[in-house]
Write a protein that binds this ligand. Structure first.
Ligand code: ATP
Ligand code: HSE
Length: 294
């Protein structure tokens, strides 16, 4: 029996919600698992075709967590999510490993358990929670407890123009430029806006989305790591986008519109100005991870 696990890309932070907000989008990685005589991994760069592969590491860690011994598998990866661009490629591997292990051993896993195991592996829930649960998720972890996840529906008429530069921004480097302390004024600034943005995305309130999505914690510092940030932002906002944020730790930039034609026009305009970039019009994925028996 083969098992196919499909995991959506995720955009962490959504600008204003550093390390706590994340949204699943309609770009996917597919992972096919089979029991085998020895470990084989195909479909990914050669550097990842070994036992250190994050999917296999996560597969083994999940089995250990359930008190079971790892066993050899063949894993085939068919990923449409670029690596180290701020679209949660590592989370797709983590989530796939857990769900592949569960499916091959006939284990039923709920969202809370999957998020909690995946958060232990990833260190933070902002990508793995929406990758598992779909939609927009706000998460936090009370001291010594499991992560709590609040899931919001996202208005179906919103479109996300996803601009993927050909260069990486390493999460480690992007975290170094974020100041460790914020002023009380900026903390208040963020709190009001995070509530405004989640409600805006839920209801599709264009004015609220545009007004609320202005981050003071990370984006003012991280924009300098993305050489084309200013020009892409100028094109998007002048072209009618409601807002634009850095997806995860970058380098991907994501603009929001409630007008499908503006989304298509922006995609074409950016593709024309930046021929080396990949540009997609994505929607919010409401389902999260899927399991298929082949
Ligand atoms: N197809 C793959 N096969 C094996 N490992 C992968 C694959 N895709 C991603 N990875 C792992 O994930 C790492 C990239 O994770 P990183 O957190 O830097 O970026 P990201 O998850 O793409 O972006 P972000 O966390 O900002 O959203 C790679 O170095 C590799 O270890
Ligand atoms: N919240 C994380 C996402 C990247 O993994 C960050 O912005 O650094």
């Amino acid at each position: 029996m083969s098992v196919k696990i499909t995991v959506p890309a995720t955009s962490a932070n959504i600008g204003i919600g550093y390390d706590c907000l994340g949204m699943a989008v309609t770009l996917y990685s597919h992972f096919t698992f089979d029991r085998a005589d020895e470990l084989t991994i195909t479909g990914c760069p050669e550097e990842f075709q070994n036992a250190d592969n994050l999917v296999y590491q996560s597969f083994c860690a999940a089995l250990y967590h359930w008190g079971e011994k790892p066993f050899p598998v063949s894993i085939h990866i068919d990923s449409h999510i670029p690596v180290a661009r701020g679209l949660g490629s590592s989370s797709t591997c983590t989530v796939a490993g857990i769900m592949g292990a569960a499916a091959l051993t006939g284990r039923i896993v709920g969202r809370a358990e999957a998020v909690s195991i995946a958060t232990m592996m990833e260190g933070h829930p902002d990508n793995v929670a929406p990758a598992i649960m779909g939609s927009l998720v706000c998460s936090f972890t009370p001291e010594g407890e499991l992560p709590r996840c609040i899931r919001y529906e996202v208005e179906r008429g919103l479109h996300f123009v996803t601009v993927i530069p050909p260069y990486e921004v390493k999460t480690e480097d992007a975290r170094k430029v974020v100041p460790q302390e914020v002023s009380l004024h900026d903390a208040v600034w963020q709190m009001g806006r995070i509530s405004g943005l989640t409600r805006g995305l839920e209801t599709g309130d264009a004015e609220l989305i545009a007004a609320a999505c202005e981050d003071r914690i990370q984006e003012p510092y991280r924009r300098a790591l993305i050489p084309d940030y200013d020009e892409v932002r100028r094109i998007c906002l002048q072209g009618g986008a409601l807002t634009m944020w850095i997806s995860g730790s970058g380098s991907t930039l994501m603009a929001v519109t409630n007008d499908g034609l503006i989304a298509e026009s922006l995609r074409a305009r950016i593709a024309q100005s930046f021929p080396a970039f990949d540009v997609h019009v994505l929607d919010c994925d409401p389902r999260g991870v899927r399991i298929q028996l082949l």
